[in-house]
Design a protein around this ligand. Structure first.
Ligand code: KG4
Ligand code: ZN
Length: 362
């Protein structure tokens, strides 16, 4: 049965990217991001009031850019979607108010979206070009049907490190999460100690290719906890102590930084892989694994996860599960395309009843 999917204008201002996209079903017609990274660099992290002001300034032009790239007029847009949470309260507030104004002015329905639900489904988003001449609604439905649900979502970002069982659109079970820092946060904090700037994740990835991952040993956390939770504060402390020791001995040179980057990155990813293999044993019904979030852009993480899936297949004498990743790096970090992609199954709400929810969970 075919279904018509609305043309969606989606907005995400949950953190430091002002993001607007136009999507239809699973297809991304445009994905505009006005990054504030340069603004926040001087603070070594995201400064909420600066983010708020930048969102206010960037939103009108970003909406224009997304609409024009998609070739869409206001009369074409059928639904407005906006991130309701989780995220920084002052930043979320700007996107929500702006979306409400747009919905009122142009008489469009408005839906609120969970940012994490967006990251989850970012792996099934499709570029508009790929659809070619395919009828959009049929294309969407066949894509959804091709998924081997339940899938296991692995969300690795600057704020989240989650294992989520995806049973159907809108039906989730959170199986594990970080009890302190997120994986990306750990990379960023240690990168800051090494003077690598913000965000340090991508720089650490580059440096890792030049370093020896076995040079420094990092602990594997929570091996006996019996749950699927993660913790990164121990790795961070271990890194801080190592850096202090090396600096005190006057031995911090370029190669040492590369070796620290490679060893830390390996330690951060080893923890995720270790817990992933435990989840897979407990949930044999998992049909595929989805990797989303800013850190999902990292090639070493992708290959470590694939290796884990191969090992799991061998030890359980089963088929190797597919690892789905977003089709572009722009869909890993914060973006609005992922918000649009999950918009069409959200319950419609009266526009003014929609409020920001900084701690929204799935
Ligand atoms: O999803 P995201 O843009 O924002 C959150 O919702 O948190 O993720 C940002 C995080 C930052 O910690 C950044 O350092 C990390 O993603 N990141 C990476 C890479 N690209 C971004 N970490 C490792 N390797 C990368 N290539
Ligand atoms: Zn995010």
């Amino acid at each position: 049965m075919s279904k018509n999917y609305p043309l969606v204008l989606a907005i995400d201002t949950s953190c430091d990217e002002t993001a607007v996209a136009v999507t239809q079903g699973l297809m991304v017609k445009s994905n505009a991001v006005a990054s504030q990274v340069q603004l926040h660099k001087q603070y070594g992290g995201v400064f909420p009031t600066v983010a708020k002001q930048a969102h206010i300034e960037n939103l009108p032009a970003t909406v224009k850019a997304a609409m024009s790239k998609a070739g869409a007029a206001w009369s074409d847009i059928e639904l407005i979607a906006v991130t309701q949470g989780p995220g920084l309260a002052p930043a979320l507030e700007v996107g929500l108010r702006f979306a409400q104004e747009l919905a009122e002015t142009h008489h469009k329905p408005l839906v609120g979206v969970n940012h994490i639900e967006g990251h989850l489904w970012s792996v099934v988003a499709q570029p508009w070009d790929r659809a070619g001449k395919t009828t959009p609604d049929l294309f969407t439905e066949s894509e959804i049907e091709a998924l081997k649900l339940p899938a296991l979502g692995v969300i690795v970002s600057g704020k989240h490190t989650d294992f989520i069982l995806v049973e159907a659109p809108g039906k989730y079970q959170r199986l594990g999460w970080t009890v302190d820092d997120a994986a990306g946060e750990c990379l960023d904090k240690v990168g800051r100690m090494l003077g690598l700037g913000y965000p340090a994740g991508p720089i650490l990835e580059e440096f890792s290719t030049l370093g020896d991952a076995h040079k420094f040993e990092f602990p594997l956390p929570m091996t006996t906890s019996g749950d699927f939770n993660l913790s990164y504060s121990g790795l961070k402390t271990s890194a801080r102590n190592k850096i202090a020791e090396i600096e005190a001995a006057g031995k911090m040179d370029k190669q040492t930084i590369y070796d620290l980057a490679a060893s830390l990155q390996a330690g951060v990813f080893r923890h995720i892989c270790h817990k992933l293999s435990k989840v897979l044993v407990k949930y044999p019904e998992v049909g595929e694994v989805w990797l989303g979030g800013g850190v999902a852009a990292n090639r070493a993480l992708r290959s470590a996860l694939r290796q884990t899936l191969s090992t799991h297949a061998t030890t359980t004498k089963s088929r190797r599960l597919r690892l789905r990743t977003p089709y572009s790096k722009k869909l890993c970090g914060d973006n609005a395309a992922m918000i649009g992609v999950v918009a069409w199954w959200q319950p419609p709400q009266p526009s003014l009843a929609l409020d920001r929810q900084p701690r929204l969970s799935l």
